[in-house]
Design a protein. Structure first.
Length: 462
């Protein structure tokens, strides 16, 4: 409360509790202002609760938006069995189904090997002049390697590897443990026919023989999918046989892959949406009802907020013409308790996702001429939560306008009271001063009267 007009010595002259009287009068006059301040506090609490509701509804809207996206329904799972023959990954949108796969042969790298010698430093060109070793890979150009006189087996491997034109091969000297254990091995860096090594010119005294791919044997992987045989140059990242599936071949054998809709994330989104609705309905029930002792909730008198619960329950009961067995949230296991709260039966939901996935997708996404449930839900929640123009925003704006008006009325009333009590304080000060003067005069006259009386009595006695 304002202390305007307070004089600490007020009442000193008269001996009366003038300041206390003024304070009590002002307290009574400030009662309407106190009431308005209480109203401001109540309106601010409503704004805060509108914000809480808005955040809750936006959370539900986020789930509805997810369920309104085609991408939510194209996630896929893949299983392989028996394992060990191949592994596989799947991309979103891959065709659902099962495929029988037989791996007849893995892709291998072209390999040539030379004859055995006793040591890695055995000289393989002792002709007295340079010789030429040449090869090409696949359809590539011929690479010629000059082999000087006196070159050893290890020296030839080094010359091939260090050649500026090396066409993707690796030469090495291996020890097979035999009587003449050292051989030159020439192997392609990549698998498949496109990396097959062709030797164009052999050294006169050291020839290489084709081991992998000999006699025209294919270096490609051979895999049969659903009765059709394919050849591929590698064993990994085979993504051009089954749409959306990436295969890795591990060993010859027979296996199968099964591609199905991935429902775990979808199930979690639906359950989260229902949980969000249930939490919001419970909050609305508290805000618009009465407590056990009869105290009204913060929005009990607000018909707009009271109507949201019924609006949500009606929305959750929306029927969608899917053309199948799933037409409403109730078909997914939704139920409503007597107190208005909702829940969803998880086994019923999982059964619908497993056996009626296309109907579930149509229910949420809709189809030509039919608006899906998720779109309707997103639109309805948008009307409630839209910044500036939504139902909650309009209610908040109205509450803020009432706060602004009340604050102005409080300021005006306080200014009037300050002015009134400034005037009263001055008047009481004048009264106090006058009464103090009269009190002094009374004391003086009393003293004079007593002195006169005493003098008179003394004269008579004498």
């Amino acid at each position: 409360m304002s202390s305007t007009g307070t004089i600490t010595s007020l009442g000193l002259g008269s001996g009366l509790q003038l300041q206390s009287m003024l304070d009590q009068l002002r307290q009574a006059d400030e009662a309407p202002i106190t009431n308005m301040q209480t109203q401001v506090s109540g309106e601010q609490q409503q704004i805060n609760e509108f914000n809480n509701l808005d955040q809750a509804f936006l959370g539900i809207k986020s789930q509805a938006l997810t369920l309104n996206l085609q991408s939510t329904f194209i996630k896929r799972d893949i299983s392989v069995g028996p394992e060990g023959v191949l592994s596989a990954t799947v991309s979103d949108g891959a065709d659902i189904g099962t495929h029988q796969i037989t791996v007849s042969q893995l892709a291998t790298a072209s390999l040539w090997q030379g004859g055995g010698v006793s040591a890695a430093n055995t000289v393989i060109n002792s002709s007295g002049a340079s010789q030429t070793f040449s090869y090409h890979v696949g359809t590539g150009a011929t690479i010629s390697v000059s082999v000087p006189n006196g070159t050893t087996l290890q020296g030839l491997a080094d010359l091939i590897n260090q050649s500026a034109g090396n066409a993707g091969v690796m030469a090495s000297v291996i020890n097979d443990g035999s009587a003449t254990p050292y051989h030159l091995a020439l192997k392609a860096n990549a698998t498949g026919e496109t990396s097959r090594i062709y030797i164009d010119t052999q050294l006169p005294n050291y020839a290489l023989t084709e081991l992998q791919g000999a006699s025209g044997a294919s270096l490609n992987a051979q895999v049969t999918v659903d009765g059709v045989t394919y050849q591929r140059g590698g064993n990994t990242n085979i993504s051009d046989i089954i749409n959306g599936v990436n295969l890795t071949l591990l060993k010859p054998g027979t296996s199968s892959i099964s591609i199905s809709s991935s429902t775990s994330d979808l199930e979690s989104t639906i359950l989260s949406m229902v949980d969000g609705f249930n939490s919001a309905i419970k909050t609305l029930k508290t805000d618009t009802g009465y407590s056990s002792n009869g105290t009204p909730g913060i929005f009990t008198a607000n018909s707009t907020v009271r109507g949201l619960t019924a609006q949500f329950q009606a929305l959750l009961a929306t029927q969608i013409n899917t053309g199948g067995t799933i037409k409403s949230m109730y078909d997914l296991g939704l139920s409503v308790a007597q107190d208005g709260t909702i829940s969803i039966d998880k086994p019923t939901l999982e059964n619908a996702l497993a056996n009626n996935f296309n109907d579930v997708q149509t229910f949420f996404l809709g189809k030509t001429g039919v608006t899906g449930f998720a779109s309707q839900l997103d639109s309805s929640l948008g009307n409630i939560t839209q910044a500036g123009t939504g139902v909650l925003a309009l209610e908040q704006n109205a509450a803020q306008s009432r706060i602004t008006q009340l604050n102005q009325e409080i300021n005006d009333a306080t200014a009037r009271l300050n002015e009134k009590y400034d005037t009263l304080t001055r008047q009481y000060a004048q009264l106090d001063s006058f009464m103090g003067t009269m009190k002094s005069l009374s004391s003086y006259l009393t003293a004079q009267f007593n002195a006169f009386t005493n003098t008179n009595n003394n004269s008579q006695t004498g």
